[in-house]
Design a protein around this ligand. Sequence first.
Ligand code: STR
Length: 511
Amino acid sequence: MIVWLGGALLLAIGLLLISIWRRGLRSHGCAKYPKSLPSLPVIGSLLHLGNHLPPHILFSNLQKKYGSLYSFMMGSHYVVVVNNHEDAREVLLKKGKTFAGRPRTVTTDILTRDAKDIAFADYSPTWKFHRKMVHSALCMFGEGTPAIEQIISREAASLCQTLNTLQADPFNMAPELTRAVTNVVCSLCFNTRYSRGDEEFESMLNYSQGIVDTVAKDSLVDIFPWLQIFPNKDLDLLRKSVIIRDQLLQKKLKEHEANFCSETINDLLDALLKAKLSMENNNSNISHDVGLTEDHILMTVGDIFGAGVETTSTVLKWALVYLLHYPEVQKKIQEEMDVKVGFGRHPMLSDRKILHYLEATIAEVLRIRPVSPLLIPHVAMKDTSIGEYIIPKEARVVINLWSLHHDDKEWVHPEDFNPERFLDENGQRVYSPSQSYLPFGAGIRVCLGEALAKMEIFLFLSWILQRFILEVPDGDPLPDLEGKFGVVLQVKPFKVTAKLRDVWKNIDIAT
Ligand code: STR
């Protein structure tokens, strides 16, 4: 017993000494490190983070005690949290390349076959080449081409028809929105679409939810990889979901390879196959150096597909939630649209220049509920600094977009949903009311789908609001505004009624 107690005491003293030594290491001397949360060996600052709050709110609150740039230990990883736009811009833009790294984690490695994708892959020549290739493929099918507007409008028309058949009955709009968004991405990537009730679509909804619920949310296995040896329900679900996703992607790839013709590039997967083939035929060493494999193509399509579906559908759901909370905003959007678009035609992308209030509402939704409140962590690729503080190589840097978007020095009453903050006194759209606004990130890791997302959000919302009035069903509470933290800030399920507006009673709503 005495021996045991003595051992425990020695261990405790040892831990304490190491902890004091580590803290000293970061705060003494002339070099200035960001203020640090207390930390213990092995577990790091876990005890100070084990709070019931979601991480973006917790990190935002910790500013009161530690200032807007601080650090902590996540297991053995040194993490720096950035909560203001000056520092965020330094990390993302001024020193973008230095901070372009990504951490490897257990869950993202499972999802991406050891980082063979774009979003979660570390900075390397392969990554750079790969991203460039995807960027040009996306441009080919993206903004400026009439094809994309047609694809989105077709899905918006089909969505409105579905809403019309469900008329005035309370229903969960989320799967309908997700199907519409999925079909846009599906058309772009694979040149196909799903009808209502399609089995493959249902299975996709399922596996995607499985991935969103388990990946990259700083769960314990990501902090302590050795925990993998123990049974873990989340990891099992993730592995199961990834297997189903991979089967689907593999099937699409085989179909595309079988029908491939370099003269007719129908979709993004064709474009990626063509780029890979021309690289292989080209005897230069690029292909060898950058090593773009079939896995890379598959994982990239997985990224585009997953990002395209989960992010855009989430923004649309948040937009609905806020329109239900603020019916006066919904009314204003409709009044503007009635005057500027009318009922004789459907909204078009060119209307983005004139529907200022709708554009401002979308901007405000992206501010108040950023899809990715902590972005994806960055990693310092060499010893560097942020402002006056030293940042060592390998440090993980978390940009707390939530803090930037809710900074009361930058925004008047940041908790209020107020589209007008994005308009000037003449009701014209102001593009940058504050520097503290980066819904798509910035710099060399900036979102690849920004243009596509903005087109989709604008067209889907304008089509819906031109035709329907959205209301909370009688007797239902208003939808939750907090959301559920994960790799995206998810919207909790809610019901809505979509009532056809009177003017449409005698018009075909799909025109
Ligand atoms: C969603 C679920 C899925 O099936 C595949 C992916 C991979 C890409 C991820 C996506 C996820 C969630 C949103 C991410 C996106 C890459 C960029 C995007 C993280 C996990 C954001 O940064 C918001």
